[in-house]
Write a protein that binds this ligand. Structure first.
Ligand code: C5P
Length: 332
């Protein structure tokens, strides 16, 4: 069967709420979280090949509405990702028919190890692309099931919009769909990337060391089991009230990286209605009133010496979907 080059994209996510419980017998912390898919996207292309290989190419997101720019330095760093553990490769191996291969190219705009599910977005886009490329005819439910086995955030990247995740994120329910382009109801954020990454297990270890689980009660939420209905309702109301956002991993991340707390203060002082850690960090988010404020804030916080870059982003964005082609990205 002759196969045609196929492209799919999938969104990064932020966590509007992240409540964590105590470590279970397998060393995992049960979570009650609400994901919002955001406008930073990974693009994954598949081309016919005998063997499955992966190559990652770096892009810097432009300002809102602009094309991303090719980044040679980032691409060099990203080459380290191209080993066997790449989630896009795992996704392909999970669904490719026996003896079939594909040349996988990941066009990356989402920060690596930043707490925004860039790796999970790679897997989500790869699954959707592979479904078409190999003519698998997997249903949405089947794609979500395969995705959940690859990683806790993968189903949220497939579905997009706003979704509730319980347990290890494998129990997921979409609360609201996302859009392809920003609308007047979109939330605008500034995503502030740190120069130095932060490992997820390290943040959870610090969370345990500081005995943070159960530190605060959020209505009748039980981390991993349920999320308070009033809190869910507040999260889907517009404009989003910054006071309802919470990430219980934040004190642990701030303990390991005190400068992240300084970023949060700088964001609030400059007018963000809320500032919080994205996932397990180190990316920090500022909630803003619109694209202009997001752009202004991103210029301000980029001056902090530990900040790699800051980007205006919006959500909720659509989930993983086929693309007719790669966007006309600029190579410099
Ligand atoms: O999900 P991911 O594979 O990135 O997790 C890496 C590690 O982070 C896990 O092996 C575990 O030590 C820790 N973790 C956790 N609880 C979670 C997610 C991750 O303890 N909910």
């Amino acid at each position: 069967m002759s196969r045609e080059a196929t492209v799919a994209s999938a969104p990064a996510k932020v966590n509007l709420v992240l409540l964590a419980g105590a470590e279970d017998a397998e060393g995992y912390h049960p979570l009650s979280t609400v994901f919002e898919a955001v406008s930073l996207r990974e693009y994954v292309s598949l081309e016919p090949a005998e063997e499955t290989t992966v190559r990652t190419i770096g892009y810097r997101p432009g300002a809102a509405g602009e094309e991303p720019l090719f980044d040679a330095l980032l691409t060099r760093r990203l080459r380290e990702l191209d080993g066997r553990e790449h989630l896009a490769l795992k996704a392909l191996r999970a669904v490719a028919p026996r003896g079939s291969g594909a040349r996988v190219t990941v066009h990356k705009t989402v920060p690596v190890a930043g707490g925004m599910a860039g790796g999970s977005a790679d897997a989500a886009a790869a699954l959707v692309a592979a479904n078409r490329f190999f003519g698998l005819a997997l249903t949405d439910a089947e794609l979500l099931e395969v995705g959940a086995k690859l990683g806790a955030d993968v189903p949220a990247c497939i579905s997009g919009g706003i979704s509730l995740g319980l347990g290890r994120g494998d129990r997921m329910r979409r609360l609201e769909p996302g859009t392809r382009l920003p609308t007047s109801a979109s939330q605008w954020w500034v995503a502030v990337e740190a120069k130095e990454g932060l490992s997820t297990p390290r943040v959870f270890q610090e969370f345990d060391r500081l005995a943070l689980h159960g530190a605060e009660s959020r209505g009748d939420s039980v981390p991993g089991e349920s999320l308070d209905q009033d809190l869910i309702a507040a999260l889907t109301r517009r404009p989003l009230d910054g006071a309802v956002l919470v990430n219980e991993l934040e004190p642990a991340a701030f303990s390991l990286r005190p400068e992240l707390g300084v970023t949060a203060k700088a964001l609030r002082r400059a007018g963000a209605s809320a500032a919080l850690l994205s996932g397990s960090g180190p990316t920090m988010l500022g909630l803003t009133s619109g694209p202009q404020e997001a752009q202004n804030l991103s210029h301000l916080v980029t001056q902090l010496p530990w900040v790699r870059r800051a980007t205006a982003i919006w959500g909720p964005a659509v989930g993983a979907e086929l693309e007719t082609a790669l966007p006309g990205w600029t190579h410099r």
